[in-house]
Design a protein around this ligand. Structure first.
Ligand SMILES: CC(C)(COP(=O)(O)OP(=O)(O)OC[C@H]1O[C@@H](n2cnc3c(N)ncnc32)[C@H](O)[C@@H]1OP(=O)(O)O)[C@@H](O)C(=O)NCCC(=O)NCCS
Length: 154
């Protein structure tokens, strides 16, 4: 299936609090340390860019991003596990990059767990560069885990 075909049959909808049951179901399936419902609700109330990628009634994925001065900080990007590895992450990164350019942002920033090699590969493949580390950034099963900081010039 081509990416063009995919974008025709799937579409973005703003995330609202009414949809957080569906979002939380995917979030819990996708992460050992998921965001809470409150994290999503706070993001929506703060006016962050929170979009869901849907194909009919199916939630394929979502992202949450916060605009700064000349950068956008990607806080959460998730593809529902059954749909991972099919190009949907790239579709969401494209939409986020386009929105960010429209906000006159020059950089996209994100953090990713050091253990999350897969996501790091996805971001590197998309054009992100590794620019730093944040020590003990994430909760982990035992103690805390470091984050890799990555950025993309828009
Ligand atoms: C990370 C995530 C958002 C990526 O979305 P995805 O739909 O699985 O990724 P895609 O299929 O769009 O792949 C994007 C690119 O990365 C590549 N890629 C995907 N999985 C890969 C892997 N395991 N190893 C190397 N490259 C990979 C793809 O080939 C593709 O490159 P291309 O477009 O040039 O062919 C998704 O896997 C996910 O939600 N994972 C669990 C939650 C998570 O880790 N979120 C990120 C937290 S920082």
């Amino acid at each position: 299936m081509s990416a063009v075909f995919k974008t025709l049959e799937a579409g973005f909808e703003p995330m609202t609090e009414a949809q957080l049951d569906a979002v939380m179901a995917v979030e819990r399936e996708a992460y050992a340390h998921p965001w809470t419902r409150g994290n999503f609700a706070d993001s929506i109330r703060s006016g962050y860019q929170a979009q869901m990628l849907c194909a009919g009634p199916t939630l394929l994925g979502y992202f949450v991003a916060m605009k700064g001065v000349d950068e956008v900080h990607l806080l959460n990007i998730t593809v529902a596990p059954p749909y991972q590895g099919q190009g949907w992450g790239r579709v969401m990164l494209d939409a986020l990059a386009q929105w960010s350019r429209g906000q006159s942002a020059q950089w996209l920033w994100l953090e990713v767990r050091t253990s999350n090699q897969r996501a790091q590969q996805v971001y590197l493949r998309y054009g992100f560069r590794r620019v730093g580390e944040r020590r003990a950034y994430y909760p982990a099963d035992h103690g805390r885990e470091d984050a890799i900081v990555m950025s993309l010039r828009l």
